[in-house]
Design a protein around this ligand. Sequence first.
Ligand code: ZN
Length: 129
Amino acid sequence: MATISIETTDRTDVLDVTEEVTRALPDDAEGIATVFVRHTTAGVTVNEAESRLLGDLADALEGLVPDAGWAHDEIDDNADGHVRAALIGPSTSVPVSDGRPALGTWQSILLVECDGPRTRTLQVEVAGT
Ligand code: ZN
């Protein structure tokens, strides 16, 4: 199991972490890699890392979930970030072959920041042969 630290730069931010995840994999890794974010206001998914689409994804999350009016805001004013992160989910699993994620041509592993900027920790663990 490896951990990766990622610096995010915006309140809502979608970053391509495929290269960081690939570096964290053993050279001979084969099987399934789980990429898990150890936070409650960030998520992980797989999609296309085209720069305008990354902005569209952030805009869509902000549009789907209003900023204010949540009960949890009485605690630390970031309920919108929790709800947005819950829509994405905290992890994804990708097949791994010869130490690399076996992704489709247009697929990348994306970290979705929902209460940044912060330093986020990703855990990468391979199960398999
Ligand atoms: Zn909170």
